[in-house]
Write a protein that binds this ligand. Structure first.
Ligand code: UD1
Length: 358
């Protein structure tokens, strides 16, 4: 069976790495090509992940780049359609919920190519997020579903998918975290700011809800900086957020900006931090497994187990909610978390076992 493995944006590289490492270590032969859609293209959003995660360079890069939702999606679709019209795979495997995953899934399905979705069946219920629309679209047309939780599996079965199509395999993002945990490396900012274990916070923000309105974004930064009890807050700034902040003259207490960090550097920072504040989904899974307290600045999450089992608290997008949770942290009232079922570093192997039976 010929398989197209699709990756386009930062979180995709982390998930696809788990599958590539499982292929490398498998006795069986898998005939695949790795396709990079080009959605993320800066070195620190893309290239650094290939070297950090020790994965082969893409066999094909589509260079779709950025643009509006529609332009980016269209560019990935036409690029991938040209490719499959010349050389068809038997299966197109997409991971996660980014535009690249959705665009390639739809293109493959319309070319009568079977589609497999890794991280299927999770829902936030929030249709204002492009990722939620992507999840619904991908799951509605996929043939095979690999899930990170029993809840996601049950959801898919309840929507009419059959047991022969849905496989609860665990979390590929955690495979990669476990594989590289011993290799996490100090970012430059560690020495520049003389950081100490558990004596700083990490912040990431890139969702339109939090960053597109500049006054709202600046208010979040002020509130965190004013309530961190003097601890520095390290903020690796996503390009989307950087574009918005670049036009601002800011005078912030305790908040330090860096460029986006590589995978190994970012997770070094997370693993040794006192807390992470984020609006990402994947990061809440990593903090859960690393046992680091996490605040999510969103109204909903498609990863509820990070709250019910893990260390995450979902506090909404009103930044006035933040101080109450920082007090909880500093007064040592943060819940201790556990690790969700099958988040054990072997999801890639389970995916390959199922693929080899198809
Ligand atoms: C995308 C994903 C999101 C994921 C995030 C991780 C979708 C809908 N969203 O959001 O789920 O959490 O990636 O990073 O697919 N840009 C650069 N350099 C790059 C990449 C992007 O400057 O290497 C700029 C783009 O020009 C654009 C902005 O960043 O202005 C947003 O990029 P885009 O890929 O459209 O979405 P993200 O916000 O990164």
């Amino acid at each position: 069976m010929k398989i197209d493995l699709i990756a386009g944006a930062r979180p995709n590289f982390v998930k696809i790495a788990a599958i590539l490492h499982a292929i490398k270590n498998s006795d069986k032969k898998f005939d695949y090509r790795l396709i990079h859609t080009g959605q993320h293209y800066d070195h620190n959003m893309s290239g650094s992940f290939f070297s950090d995660l020790n994965i082969p360079l893409p066999d094909i890069t589509l260079e779709s780049g950025s643009g509006t939702q529609a332009r980016q999606t269209a560019s990935i679709m036409t690029g991938y359609e040209d490719l499959v019209s010349k050389k068809r795979p038997d299966l197109c495997l997409v991971v996660g919920d980014v535009n690249s995953s959705m665009a390639c899934a739809i293109t493959a399905k319309k070319s009568n190519i079977k589609v497999a979705h890794v991280e299927a069946g999770i829902r936030s219920g929030d249709l204002s997020m492009p990722e939620e629309i992507n999840r619904i679209l991908i799951d509605s047309i996929s043939d095979y579903f690999f899930t990170t939780s029993r809840k996601a599996t049950d959801f898919l079965l309840n929507t009419g998918k059959s047991k022969e199509q849905v496989f609860f395999v665990g979390n590929t993002m955690i495979d990669t975290l476990r594989r590289f945990e011993a290799d996490f490396k100090k970012p430059e900012v560690w020495d520049t700011l003389n950081l100490k274990n558990t004596q700083y916070l990490v912040l990431t923000l890139h969702r339109p809800n939090n960053v597109d309105e500049v006054s709202n974004l600046v208010k979040i930064l002020h509130i965190i900086g004013d309530n961190s009890r003097g601890l520095p807050i390290i903020f690796p700034v996503h390009p989307r957020t950087a574009k918005i902040l670049n036009s601002q003259k800011l005078s912030l207490k305790n908040v330090f900006f860096t460029a986006p960090l590589s995978y190994l550097e970012f997770n070094y920072l997370v693993k040794n931090s006192k807390m992470v504040i984020t609006d990402s989904g994947g990061i809440t899974e990593e903090t859960t497994v690393l046992g680091i307290p996490c605040i999510t600045l969103r109204n909903s999450t498609e990863r509820p187990e990070t709250v019910s089992i893990g260390t995450n608290e979902l506090i909404g997008t009103d930044s006035e909610n933040i101080p109450e949770y920082l007090d909880k942290l500093f007064e040592a009232r943060w819940k201790t978390g556990g690790i969700p079922e099958l988040w054990d570093g072997k999801s890639g192997i389970r995916i390959l076992e199922e693929l080899s039976r198809l």
